[in-house]
Design a protein around this ligand. Structure first.
Ligand SMILES: [Zn+2]
Ligand SMILES: [Zn+2]
Length: 137
């Protein structure tokens, strides 16, 4: 069953602050580093990005120069990111779920069902921005 990312963004749209503590990358277990500007956390090893749900839409529609440092990683145009093996939420350690970014897209993202955050693999953040921009009239 497909669950759209919007459902979790809507459920957790209120402001949230990070819990303090060491959060490890769900992909490579490297401790995530906090981004001072945008309240996101990044993995230096795999360029994955961990974003609180209330910030996702904002970051996806921000001017490119303000999020340029989050856009590392190669964009694959036909990225068919199928639901993959279960990963753990970096914040609360529960199993993350796969959410479809948009009805028309093939981009699947991991997100914590409790609203801790949304995980973007390397290149996925840039691809999500591109898909979001396409949607704008
Ligand atoms: Zn990583
Ligand atoms: Zn969580």
């Amino acid at each position: 069953m497909k669950t759209l990312l919007n459902s979790i963004l809507a459920r957790f749209s209120e402001s949230r602050s990070w819990k303090s503590g060491l959060e490890a990358c769900p992909q490579c277990r490297t401790p995530l580093e906090e981004d001072s500007v945008h309240a996101v956390k990044c993995c230096r090893d795999c360029s994955g990005v961990w974003v609180v749900p209330c910030l996702v839409k904002l970051l996806l529609t921000s001017p490119e120069k303000s999020v340029a440092h989050l856009l590392s990683g190669e964009i694959q145009d036909e990225l068919t990111h199928q639901p993959g093996p279960k990963r753990d939420c970096p914040t609360c350690r529960c199993h993350m779920k796969n959410y479809l970014f948009q009805k028309e897209s093939n981009l699947w993202l991991d997100a914590c069902p409790k609203g801790c955050g949304v995980w973007f693999d390397s290149g996925e953040f840039a691809l999500a921005r591109r898909l979001e921009a396409k949607k704008q009239p």
